[in-house]
Design a protein around this ligand. Structure first.
Ligand code: GDP
Ligand code: MN
Length: 413
């Protein structure tokens, strides 16, 4: 299928003004209830919980699992900050602690509704499941995370004796209380590492040795499941002296999908950026950011080589249909006020690329300026095709020039 050939043509919407440090998304995000189940499998203490998607299921879960208990009813969306979030219906808070007999009512007010948090953007995310958890009495809330760190080129455990609120706020309020323990990925976590983390958490009542074991289990989960991030906020102490994971945010390396099939089966596309889902269908890599310039850039040479071979064999490169799809996705975002195409024509020649862009620009009625920077084989022919197309395409000499022209173009729209 020709369509699949451009599977590495990446379209990105990059924020040009301001910060550039948006990380490329290469991680699967799973729901809290799924993360909790996984943690349970690794021997980490988690509250007893049941995920439900209807009020009837709430009733059943209460009868069978939580008779006469206080419950935490937690909206399941793939974003944090739920506790302090607000539903578009007006209901305050995506996490509620209630008596069992009130659970149905509150779950009914969450299911199918849109929750807006600090992390969802103003459009919010729809709650299609709620997680019912036993209410454990938390005597102390702390922060725990494992992430991949560039500086130490390996896993880094971050802990703070204060928790419950976002790490950004914790870092601002208690900068000296945040401790970082890099782990040697080859050696694995040592007792000493784990002890340092527990010292940083500074539990008041939890058994120290048992806490060290919990930290080691968390690291094992991180490593064995190919996590890119594991954040438990709060990790808490219960009145019966245990460390318990009262929240779960787990991300996994997309490149490990082949060996983490069970985990990757948990993907919930309804919670993902619809532009990313559309791009994935067209075999494009799309990264939705929040800037104004849509960028289309090419990646894998192999895809282009295949294209070239088709050309060699007399096929026509009208199969830039993927570019049409890419343009459509880019322009479906109203924030995009200009498009920057930056393609290096190596095996795939610039004239072929230029024809594809012109063709795509004709198919999609482009309402925003398009800046094209081509470099590589047959670049002069490519530029001529762009120029002679009569299309409002702005050509650029190099990447600097292209970025400058794109920024200028968007300011004039
Ligand atoms: P987030 O706001 O999306 O991070 O959601 P959390 O899962 O962290 O829940 C928000 C807050 O609810 C937590 O910070 C806790 O203070 C509280 N909470 C969650 N589970 C329990 C529980 O079992 N018992 C008690 N007492 N509080 C809980
Ligand atoms: Mn939390």
């Amino acid at each position: 299928m020709v369509g699949a050939l451009f599977n590495k043509l990446a379209s990105k919407s990059l924020k040009v003004a301001g910060t550039w440090q948006q990380q490329q998304l290469r991680r699967l995000n799973i729901h809290e209830y799924q993360g909790a189940e996984l943690m349970g499998k690794f021997g980490i203490n988690v509250p007893k919980g049941v995920a439900v998607s209807s009020v009837e299921e709430v009733r059943k879960a209460i009868q069978t699992t939580f008779p006469n208990e206080e419950l935490v009813v937690k909206s399941q969306i793939l974003a944090g900050g739920r506790g302090l979030g607000k539903f578009t219906s007006g209901l305050q808070g995506g996490v509620h602690i209630v008596k069992a007999e009130q659970a149905e009512e509150i779950a009914g007010k969450m299911l199918g509704q849109t929750l807006v948090t600090k992390q969802t953007g103003p459009q919010g995310k729809v709650v299609s499941k709620v997680y019912l958890c036993e209410k454990v009495s938390l005597v102390n809330e702390m922060y725990f995370a494992i992430t991949l760190d560039r500086t130490t080129a390996g896993p880094l455990i971050i802990a703070c004796r204060e928790g419950g609120t976002s790490i950004e706020d914790l870092a601002e309020k208690y900068p000296d209380m945040i401790i970082k323990v890099p782990i040697d990925v080859f050696k694995g976590i040592t007792d000493e590492d784990a002890a340092k983390v527990v010292e940083g958490l500074a539990p008041k009542v939890a058994d120290k040795q048992a806490s060290i074991e919990q930290v080691k289990k968390l690291y094992n989960l991180f490593r064995e499941s190919d996590c890119t991030q594991l954040e438990i906020n709060p990790i808490a102490e219960t009145s019966d002296n245990k460390l318990i994971a009262a929240d779960a945010k787990l991300n996994f390396d997309d490149n490990a999908a082949y060996r983490q099939k069970e985990i990757f089966a948990l993907r919930d596309p309804t919670q993902e950026d619809p532009r990313e889902v559309a791009a994935a269908k067209a075999d494009l890599n799309y990264i939705g950011l929040d800037g104004e310039i849509g960028c289309m850039v090419n990646g894998a040479g192999l895809a282009m080589a295949t294209m070239d071979i088709i050309k060699l064999h007399g096929g026509t490169p009208a199969n830039f249909l993927d570019v049409v799809e890419a343009f459509k996705i880019l322009t479906s975002d109203d924030k995009v006020k200009a498009i920057l195409v930056n393609i290096f024509g190596g095996i795939m020649k610039c004239d072929v690329i230029a024809s594809g862009i012109v063709n795509a620009a004709k198919h999609v009625s482009l309402k925003v300026p398009v800046v094209v920077r081509l470099e590589g084989t047959n670049v002069d022919q490519g530029k001529r095709i762009l120029k002679e197309s009569g299309m409002a395409l702005i050509t650029a000499e190099d990447l600097d020039d292209a970025a400058e022209k794109a920024v200028k173009a968007l300011k004039s729209t």
